[in-house]
Design a protein around this ligand. Structure first.
Ligand SMILES: CNc1ncnc2c1ncn2[C@@H]1O[C@H](COP(=O)(O)O)[C@@H](O)[C@H]1O
Length: 356
């Protein structure tokens, strides 16, 4: 590898990447949503939802928190409210990550009933897991390992429901559920009510990742101290963090899932790419995985997130590869997967001359 060579999109696409922070429903491409819509429309000409390509025009990425969460309830969940559409969408998401050069994926999703209550949480989860399993068994997809994280929707999940989701996660560990997450609208809910649920998850060997300091209101010292008291393994977003809490994160060496395009386009802080806190965290010891969050909204695949790190922060080829080496330590998928990824990255390092 020659650090003097510029970082190109073919380099970041070929770079063997891990994607650790991707919400299933937010990762569905507009084209895929459109195809699901067409199928529904063919079956029922009165299907009341407008074409996703009209509701989410091709280059639109400026989804702020005011509009963002509504798109799930008013569009995506209405389209993926039956098992056939869920399978179609999940396959499409997996293929998109594979085609972007992702070699290890931890997809996350909130087990949910469909708006029309045609699906139970168990059916939802079984369908996603069956789809992942069928995808993995196809030799064409052998380069991508896929695992699942179950998420709790803060503000919309009672402690009892949280425990039920953790029960589902524990019961499906053998099928590839590796962790749990706390997500949802960061302006809602009291995170302290999930203490017991997360302790229960950890006691069964599940990894714990938390959406952390996404907005100033969810970045209060009280909330962040509560979240850190759950002993998370990784943190997502990590935007509005006071200095003493930053120091604690560094002391613990927590893995950071940073989502540049999401944070900039959703205006989760004032400023552009150059002001993104990747610029701060990249100089700390914590491992970083650049992630997409919701590529269906922000239209920046993982390879582009690595390209942005090069363009805006001057990270060279060697720097990006080093980040990928460190990000392997963050995965919840176990030592065999870590070994596999190290082999893949090693091979990549040996072959990069041909990419330049
Ligand atoms: C700004 N980024 C974000 N912050 C917080 N929560 C987010 C999110 N992006 C997505 N979600 C959460 O994930 C769900 C969609 O995926 P699943 O239906 O579970 O697969 C959304 O409803 C939201 O609760």
């Amino acid at each position: 590898m020659d650090p003097a060579q510029p970082v190109t999109s073919s380099f970041t696409k070929a770079l063997p990447k891990v994607e650790l922070h991707a919400h299933l429903s937010g990762s569905i491409s507009r084209q895929c949503l459109h195809e699901i819509w067409e199928r529904k429309r063919a079956k029922d000409p009165c299907f009341p939802i407008e074409d996703p390509l009209v509701l989410m025009p091709p280059r639109k990425v400026d989804y702020t928190l005011q509009t963002f969460f509504q798109v799930f309830s008013k569009l995506i969940y209405q389209l993926c409210d039956d098992l056939e559409s869920l399978v179609y969408a999940t396959n499409s998401v997996l293929e998109d990550f594979l085609n972007d050069g992702v070699r290890y994926l931890e997809l996350r999703t909130i087990p949910r009933t469909s708006p029309s209550s045609k699906i139970t949480k168990e059916e939802y989860l079984n369908t996603v897991l069956d789809t992942i399993s069928a995808f993995k068994s196809n030799p064409r997809n052998k380069d991508l390992s896929v695992f699942l994280i179950l998420a709790l929707d803060r503000g919309n999940t009672t402690p009892t429901q949280a425990n039920e989701i953790i029960d589902l996660a524990i019961a499906n560990k053998h099928r590839g559920v590796v962790g749990v997450d706390l997500c949802g609208n960061p302006t809602q809910g009291d995170v302290s009510i999930y203490r017991d649920a997360f302790a229960y998850a950890k006691s069964h060997g599940l990894g714990l990742t938390l959406h952390f300091a996404e907005t100033p209101t969810s970045g209060t010292r009280e909330e962040l101290q509560t979240l850190l008291s759950f002993s998370p393994d990784r943190l997502g977003h990590v935007i509005h963090v006071p200095d003493d809490i930053k120091a604690e994160i560094v002391k613990r060496g927590l893995g950071l899932e940073l989502c540049m395009s999401c944070n900039v386009h959703a205006k989760l802080f004032d400023g552009g790419f150059l002001d993104h806190h990747f610029g701060y965290w990249r100089h700390e010891e914590c491992p970083i995985a650049l992630c997409t969050d919701d590529v269906g909204f922000f239209c920046s695949p993982v390879s582009n997130e690595y390209l942005l790190a090069a363009e805006h922060f001057g990270v060279d080829q060697a720097g990006l590869v080093k980040m990928c080496w460190k990000s392997i330590d963050m995965i919840f998928g176990g030592e065999l997967e870590k070994d596999r990824l190290r082999r893949v990255l090693h091979e990549f390092e040996g072959s990069t001359g041909s990419l330049e």
